[in-house]
Each structure stands twice: as C-alpha cells, then as structure tokens.
Design a binder for this molecule. Sequence first.
Ligand SMILES: [Fe+2]
Ligand SMILES: [Fe+2]
Length: 191
Amino acid sequence: MADITMAILADHEWFREQFAKLDELQAQTPVNRGALERVWRPLADKLDVHAYIEEKIFYPQLLTRGTDDPEGETLDAIGDHNDIRDGVRDANAAGVGTEQWWAAVGRTRVANDDHMGEEEREGLSDFRRNAPIGLREALGQQYSEFMRQHPTTKGLTITDRDPQRYVEEFEATPRSKPDDFSLRIGSLKGQ
Ligand SMILES: [Fe+2]
Ligand SMILES: [Fe+2]
C-alpha cells in the first residue's frame, strides 16, 4: 500500500515528465497543436485535482501531525496552489500553441516547480517523520482512489483559496481524538 507522501512524490515526478514532453513538442516545426493538447489537457487537469485532494486530505493531517512549522508550510502551499491554478486557468483561456499559451504554461511550470521542491522538503518530509505509517498508508489509499475517480476536474470546484482562512477553518473544525484518523478520512466518500 502506498504511503501518501510517496504517492504525491510520484505524481510530482509525472508532472516534471509532462513539462519535459512539452519541451520536445516546442522544438518541433510546424507546431503540432493536437500533440500539445494531448500532453497539456491531462497535465492541467491533474495539477488541479492534485492540489484539490492535497488540500482536502493531506494538509489537514499535516496541520494535526506536523512538528516543524505545519502552519507556515500550509500557508505557503495554499498560496503556491493558487499560483498554479492561476497559470492553468490562463493557459486554458489561451489558444493551445499560441504565445500567450506558452507564457501561461511557463508560469504554471515555474510555480509548480517551486512548489513541489518546497512541499517535498517541508510538508512531505515533516509528515513522513511525524505521522504513523498506518495513517500515511490509509491516506495514500484515499489519495490514489480519488485520483483514479477524477481523471479530470469534472464535478470538482477548482478555486483559489485564502491561505489564512484555510488554516483558520481547519482550527475551527472539531476533530476526533488524535489516534482516530479513520473517521476524518472516511468522510471523503462521494466527493
Ligand atoms: Fe503536490
Ligand atoms: Fe501541493
């Protein structure tokens, strides 16, 4: 069973590979719009779904279990997710292969690369060192199931979130006792 920190890491690697594929296509003339679309569409959707589910199940648990600076790590992450969402939205609004599209894809890549490095070094590392393996595996299963059920953003509300409010809402949410993590992640069904 996959630990959520490793499942997230694997998807980060997949993101890097897709941007590398876009490099190959950018070097081609004439521009192959269909090929760009076939790489970009699933990449754009997965970036959004990945941030969505991290915000749903990973960051609340990091806030509960992390010991480094989970609040700071979460505030940074939500802000970064907003930058990634903005880039994806701008690219989706531009014609594939146009100058504006490449510029928006470039901004998405920069925001995502910066974010992944930080998330891997901070939140994921903190969680791996401080959350029990049973919890990490249970969350990994939730994560994988969600990603399987949502190959696109269809049915999900993808929207920027105020980082401060995200943390405040978490703090205001009543939580089950520390070792009883099954209740909280069980409630994800149907979302
Ligand atoms: Fe991530
Ligand atoms: Fe993230």
